[in-house]
Design a protein around this ligand. Structure first.
Ligand code: SAM
Length: 241
C-alpha cells in the first residue's frame, strides 16, 4: 500500500468536515457545469473521487457516475453515504487503482440493476472523465492520461481540476503535516498540456477555472493560524477523436 493510501484511509472519516474540501468541490462543480452544461445523458467516470463530495453533486446532472478511488477508506465512506441516500441510484463506487481501461470493476452500469457477472460485460466507455484535486498526487501522469484516454468514447472529453503550480508559493497549498503523498505542488500548465497531447487528446485546453482562498501556515509546520492565500485552479480539457 502506498503512503498516499494510508494517509487518505486515515483522513476518510473526517474528510467531509474540512471546509476546504467542501469549498473546492463546490467551485469545481460550478466550473464543470459551466464548461459542460449539456451533460444530462453522460456516463461519467471520476478518478480519485474521495468520499464523493463532488461525485454526488455531479451525479444529479448526468446519467451515471462511476466513482473510483485507490483508498478503500474513502470508498467505504462514499458507500455509507449511498446507503443513507437510496434515492441516488446512478453512482457506482469502485475501490481501484485504475490502470486498465478494460478493468472489469468499472464495467457495470449503476443504472442497470441485476448485472452480477462483471467479467462477462463488455468494457465500458465514458462520455466525460473527471478528477478533482488528484493530479498533484499522481507520480506517473502520462500513464494516467493514457488510461483516461482509453476509457473514453470517441468524441468525448476529460475535465480535470486541480490547483496550479504558479511558482514556489504554490507549495503553501498544503500544510507541512499534509505533504505525504503530494507528488507535485500543483499542476504545471504547459507540461500538462504537452502530456495530454502526447496521450492522444485533441483540442487540449488548460485554463484557469476558478480561484480559492485557503488558510496557510505562516511558519511551516506550525499549523494554519489565520493567514490566507488565493490559489488558482486549472481545468485541463481534451477530447478523444
Ligand atoms: C486530495 S484527495 C481528493 C478527493 C476528492 N476528489 C475531493 O476533492 O474531495 C485525492 C484522492 O485521490 C485518490 N487517488 C490518488 N491517486 C489515485 C489514483 N491513481 N487512482 C485513484 N485515486 C487516486 C486518493 O486516494 C484521494 O482520495
Amino acid at each position: 500500500m502506498s503512503t498516499g493510501n494510508l494517509r487518505f484511509n486515515a483522513a476518510a472519516a473526517g474528510w467531509d468536515s474540512n471546509p476546504n474540501v467542501q469549498k473546492a468541490s463546490s467551485l469545481a462543480y460550478d466550473a464543470i457545469l459551466r464548461y459542460f452544461p449539456n451533460a444530462h445523458n453522460f456516463d461519467v467516470l471520476e478518478i480519485g473521487c474521495g468520499t464523493g463530495v463532488l461525485s454526488l453533486k455531479i451525479a444529479a446532472h448526468v446519467h451515471s457516475l462511476t466513482a473510483v478511488d485507490s483508498a478503500e477508506g474513502m470508498i467505504e465512506v462514499l458507500k455509507d453515504k449511498l446507503f443513507q441516500t437510496p434515492e441516488v441510484k446512478n453512482i457506482l463506487p469502485v475501490h481501484a487503482l485504475l490502470e486498465d481501461p478494460d478493468d472489469p470493476r468499472i464495467r457495470p452500469d449503476p443504472t442497470r440493476a441485476g448485472i452480477e457477472e462483471v467479467e462477462k460485460l463488455a468494457p465500458r466507455r465514458f462520455d466525460l472523465i473527471l478528477s478533482h484535486l488528484v493530479l498533484h498526487h499522481i507520480s506517473d501522469l502520462p500513464a494516467v492520461f493514457r488510461t483516461m484516454f482509453g476509457c473514453l468514447k470517441a468524441g468525448s472529453s476529460i475535465a480535470l481540476t486541480d490547483f496550479e503550480d504558479f511558482g514556489p508559493e504554490a507549495r503553501r497549498f498544503h500544510p507541512e503535516a499534509k505533504m505525504d503523498g503530494v507528488e507535485r505542488h500543483g499542476i504545471p500548465r504547459k507540461e500538462v498540456e504537452m502530456m495530454l497531447k502526447d496521450a492522444g487528446f485533441v483540442d487540449v485546453k488548460v485554463e484557469t477555472a476558478f480561484r480559492m482562498e485557503k488558510g496557510i501556515e505562516t511558519v511551516p509546520g506550525e499549523g494554519v493560524k489565520g493567514e490566507t492565500m488565493e490559489f488558482p485552479f486549472l481545468i485541463c480539457m481534451g477530447r478523444k477523436l
